[in-house]
Design a binder for this molecule. Structure first.
Ligand code: PMP
Length: 361
């Protein structure tokens, strides 16, 4: 086998080695069908089991009861930016959004195409370096929903609380922190996430939808855009992305085998403590732009004394087998993505590399 690197890519990102190995074994002959999962019907009993196991595991890991549906759709999380207002925004109502950076800004832009948007909170004036406090998130009673982005992949911020939305349905883009820590998922009326960070490969978007939301959907929508289509057919109205869903199922098995979200959370906390500890202990050299109480556990962003040094770190890291450390082109700097599949060893090794770089530069 060729050597695998330490992969800190922000998405698509590293997958658990055990999952890749299982996939490799399954690829030529899945469940004695003599075919791969990619070559069998989405109506076959073999695929049906994968599909329903993935749904059941999601609900089990999230602690959700039968008032929630788990859906799998294509189109990436970005498609949901438009589908949410198309389904739920109506005359006399507003879509309330907390703007915490690039991805929520994009969600807002789409909503504006379909109705009125209310800015329920924003950290734009401070360069999106923090998450607005719960008490600062304000929205009118006629809000169709309150939308938040729980983890801001580019800016490196994360909600460490669930905002109280009262009677207003809470909708969250959890693309970059879903299933990374314990949280009361039942407080959300809808959760969506592109799979390619914490759940599996790109190509499938997971949606968690509370049943009561299905009653609020606007009529007259194209079939595939109406969430009721997917909810009523268990995401099998048309051909779902079967290979990505299969890999999601393997990742969910892997999370469960480790002991579920409490164990995953403990490991993720240890990982982020290593990197933030390094930044804080060397504050004369590294600068973390994000306010401490808003720091993301998934995407640690920081700056070096100069852009030249940042470029040098990224290129030397790559040569040493640590890839994907370059910050997003819109913000620069360094970003260490520590999704579930990144090992504790991976966090320790990259910290060691960064510390040596600092000593030598
Ligand atoms: N939301 C967040 C928080 C993201 O990080 C991303 C992708 N990086 C998206 C949405 C867009 O996801 P997709 O590429 O699946 O459309």
């Amino acid at each position: 086998m060729t050597k695998r690197v330490y992969n800190y890519n922000p998405g698509p990102s590293t997958l658990p080695l055990d999952v890749l190995k299982k996939l490799q074994v399954d690829l030529l002959n899945f469940e004695n069908t003599g075919m791969s999962i990619m070559e069998i019907s989405h109506r076959s009993p073999e695929y049906d089991k994968v599909h329903n196991d993935a749904i059941a595991l999601t609900k089990e890991l999230m602690g959700l009861d039968d008032s929630f549906k788990v859906l799998f759709v294509g189109g990436g999380a970005s498609t949901q930016f438009a589908y949410i207002p198309m389904n739920f925004l109506k005359k006399g109502k507003v879509g309330a959004y907390v703007d915490t950076g690039t991805w929520s800004t994009k969600a807002i832009k789409e909503a504006q195409l379909f109705g009125e948007v209310h800015l329920a909170g924003s950290s734009k004036d401070d360069g999106y370096t923090f998450i607005p406090k719960g008490g600062d998130i304000k929205f009118p009673a006629n809000s169709a929903y309150l939308h938040i982005t729980t983890n801001n992949t580019i800016k490196g911020t994360q909600f460490h609380f669930v905002p109280d939305s009262g009677q207003v349905p809470l909708i969250a883009d959890m693309s970059s922190d879903i299933l990374s820590h314990q949280i009361d998922f039942s407080k959300f009326s809808m959760i969506y996430a592109g799979a390619q960070k914490n759940l599996g490969p790109s190509g499938v978007t997971m949606i968690i939808m509370k049943d009561t939301m299905l009653e609020k959907i606007n009529d007259g929508l194209p079939t595939m855009i109406d969430y009721r289509t997917h909810a009523s057919k268990n995401s099998l109205f048309n051909t779902p992305p079967t290979l990505p869903i299969y890999i999601v199922k393997l990742v969910l098995d892997w999370i469960k085998d480790q002991g579920g979200l409490s164990v995953v959370e403990t490991i993720n906390k240890a990982k982020k403590d290593i990197i933030y500890g390094l930044i804080d202990e060397n504050a004369d050299y590294f600068r973390g732009p994000v306010q401490k109480d808003s720091r993301s556990w998934m995407n640690v962003v920081f700056r070096l004394p100069s852009e030249e040094l940042e470029q040098k770190l990224v290129s030397e890291a790559k040569k040493a087998g640590f890839v994907g450390l370059k910050g997003h082109r819109s913000v620069g700097g360094i970003r260490v993505s520590l999704y579930n599949a990144m090992t504790l060893e991976g966090a320790e090794k990259v910290a060691e590399f960064i510390m040596n770089f600092r000593k030598n530069n």
